[in-house]
Write a protein that binds this ligand. Structure first.
Ligand code: SF4
Length: 317
């Protein structure tokens, strides 16, 4: 959960998750919908799917015992070199380097390593340094310390160099060039995509949702039928007994305020359109793919964050 998300945001999710899945076996035997439900709102849902998959692998292939080497950990889904190093060092005292975002910043400043850490050459230099600085004893303490130093002292803006234990050897501090390190990511304008999302309600105060494919944006989460334009709903194309056009034979349509959801690589402008469907024109029942979601009760499914927001708006109307 802490990959990409801050501690304060994570804590309530973490506590609920652990009370629901206290053991690796509990997580392994859960349904994907239950796992995604507890992740709803946290974003980066691949993490939830990877965690779930990894729990199943550990239960099945490792007899329920967590692997003990960084190399074995790296074979698990969603665990890269740095996370494997952090798990091995902190939980088992294994001598393995880490290089998360905070540590990259500390090391880049400490030895004045220029360039954007996303570039392979810069990243390799930082890994070499992370390896070189690893102590042979108290690896867990060292690893926790360098992560905390990056998170609390060597801040991105206004680092507290005056209290930093590295200040006497820190090249960037001594040279007064801190703001140059680490190098910035080359800027690229974030593209904007737009989509219309249709909130189809029936007389039972239910909203029609569909389950997205496992890969891609919001994989395996439930979402609203959508369309790149405002005229057709492609997802419904093969589900209606009549044509799409007739399925859109609606009793009333309300164009709601648009919302913007920002992913790491694009903005998604969503135009929500609320439709009350004529029940005779749409023959969609609950299935693996489709769900009539009851607005007045909570059920355990994963929802994309803007969909959750729209549903709560609708249910309070
Ligand atoms: S002296 Fe300043 S720039 Fe250098 S590691 Fe410490 S906090 Fe970071």
């Amino acid at each position: 959960m802490l990959q990409q998300t801050q501690v304060d945001t994570v804590i309530p999710y973490f506590e609920t998750f652990l009370s629901r899945f206290p053991t690796v076996e509990d997580l392994a035997s859960a349904k994907t919908d239950q796992v995604l439900h507890l992740w709803t709102g946290l974003g980066y849902y691949a993490r939830a799917r990877n965690l779930h998959h990894t729990a199943q692998i550990i239960t099945k292939n490792f007899g329920g015992i967590f692997p003990k080497t960084a190399r074995e950990l790296e074979t698990l889904k969603g665990i890269g070199k740095s996370t494997a190093g952090a798990i091995a060092a902190i939980s088992m005292g294994v001598r393995a380097p880490i290089l998360d975002g905070n540590v990259k910043r500390v090391l880049a400043r400490y030895r004045a390593i220029g360039g954007w850490p996303g570039h392979t050459k810069v990243s390799n230099n930082l890994w070499d340094l992370a390896e070189e600085l690893l102590p042979s004893e108290r690896v867990a303490s060292y690893t926790q310390a360098i992560m905390d130093l990056g998170a609390t002292v060597c801040n991105r803006i206004n680092p507290a160099c005056g209290t930093c234990p590295l200040r006497h050897d820190c090249v960037a501090y001594q040279d007064k060039t801190i703001e140059k390190f680490p190098g910035k990511k080359p800027t690229k304008a974030i593209p904007i995509r737009s989509v219309a999302m249709f909130i189809l309600t029936n007389e039972n105060h239910q909203v029609l949702l569909y389950k997205r494919p496992p890969n891609g944006i919001w994989g395996s989460l439930y979402s609203l039928p959508e369309s790149p334009n405002h005229k057709t709903i492609p997802q419904l194309g093969n589900l209606v007994s009549e044509s799409n056009k007739q399925a859109m034979d609606i009793e009333q349509a309300i164009v709601m305020d648009p919302i913007r959801h920002t992913f790491s690589h694009f903005h998604l402008d969503i135009q929500p359109i609320k439709l009350t469907i004529n029940p005779d024109k749409l023959t969609v029942g609950n299935s693996d793919e489709w769900l009539w979601y009851p607005l007045n009760q909570s059920i355990e499914i994963g929802l994309a964050a803007p969909v959750k927001k729209l549903l709560s708006q609708i249910s309070s109307q």
